[in-house]
Design a binder for this molecule. Sequence first.
Ligand code: NAD
Length: 478
Amino acid sequence: MTTTYDFWLAGRRASGDADFEVHNSWDGRLVGRVSVPTEAQVEEALDAAVAALPVFAATPAHQRAAALDHVAKRLAERTEELARLITAENGKPIKWARGEVGRAVSVFRWAAEEARRTNGETMRLDTDPGGVGRFAVVRRFPRGVVLGIAPFNFPLNLVAHKVAPAIAVGAPIILKPAPATPLSAMVLGEILAETDLPVGSWSILPVPNDRMPALVQDGRVPVISFTGSDKVGYQIMDSVPRKHTTLELGGNAAAVVLADWSSEADLDWAATRIAMFANYQGGQSCISVQRVIADASVYDALVEKVVAKVAAQVTGDPNDDATDVGPLVDENAAKRVESWVDDAVAKGAKVLVGGTREGATYAPTVLAELPADAILAKAEVFGPVLSLHRVEGVAEAFAAVNDSPFGLQAGVFTHDLQTAFRAHRELEVGGVIIGDAPSYRADQMPYGGVKDSGVGREGVKYAMDDYTVEKVMVLTGL
Ligand code: NAD
């Protein structure tokens, strides 16, 4: 029997008068149905969130931290069940799904830690004669109700990145999961419902896309935290220019391998990390490696190793522990990737490995000689396709990284400290990873992009800053 998943309205289980289906992209089976909230139920959630704001903001830190610790513990206990569900709804291989649950646990743990930390600062004002006898207290207060909108590619962890910081600061949140992958968010709701968080402080509502503009524009929601495509993200920001909006968008991340990264061991490590992080969620991560930019002195040796490692990746059933690369989120996604590779090949690119599709599965693919006018040269592929570029020297390598509409993270394989600092200064990205692929992320890091990759930063502490505003109080006559 197929489960119908209720949604969560003001912290309580609820169902609407319609539902939609979630299918597995590997075998097409029906994984579950999700109940859709009516317009009246969305209204109820919004009113409840507004009513919860003063209560939630005043909840003692120890209570919010305890709730977050509880969620972390329960997610950890339910790892295997959640990982199986993520694999079922998203199609990603089970080993990566387990890793995703582990990340979500870490996000809630970090949020519990951060909730316990000092809020604000004091400031001397007697630096000017007019300030003698005064000082300032600066504290952060929730801006109001947060609308969190999540994408399909990390159905639990990116939901955690919205919800946990909101609980940590006491800001009510309405979370909207992706339509392809709402199920693990609904199980997170079960766990949140075990806590004593105030009624109305959280809702998880699978609102259909065509009803989202009304929710985005609703005056009761002053903060929007969006993760997804640049198209939808900038549309949202343009429609509500006065709201506090964070956009975590796409990328076409580059891994740079410089001339000093040349020993056998260096090149083995670089090739291993590049091959893994080009294809680890079928390439459906905003920081998947899409471009390898290698100095001419190491290019041939590196390419040989990368191609061998990609060719050795196990593609197939995502439920199998041995599988490295599973299907994409649906067959249309795989067909789009196929058409972009075809476009590149028609314009002169060479396929070194891969280049084939079976249903929703696109084979891990490596391309050389990608022409500048191919779609793949600039757009985000969001699939298991890597292109290789030969450059001469650091300046040319860094210019190639920056020759992109996106700027999320870059990886630079170098041993040279000066070059590392130069990369930090010159690369137009939100994060530079030295000695590894661009795909590294830890939950305490500020995470986000420049250019078309977005606006603002996530990472637990940074999202907490985002959901709150500093308010100053000046004390006089002291
Ligand atoms: P998407 O933009 O299609 O959808 C994202 C979310 O927006 C979904 O929940 C969707 O239902 C919702 N949505 C769709 N139309 C909307 C509208 N008009 N108003 C409000 N919400 C609307 O993205 P996706 O395909 O789910 O995710 C893939 C994209 O996400 C890629 O571009 C990827 O790079 C990006 N991403 C970025 C990060 C990051 O942290 N920078 C992380 C993961 C994914």
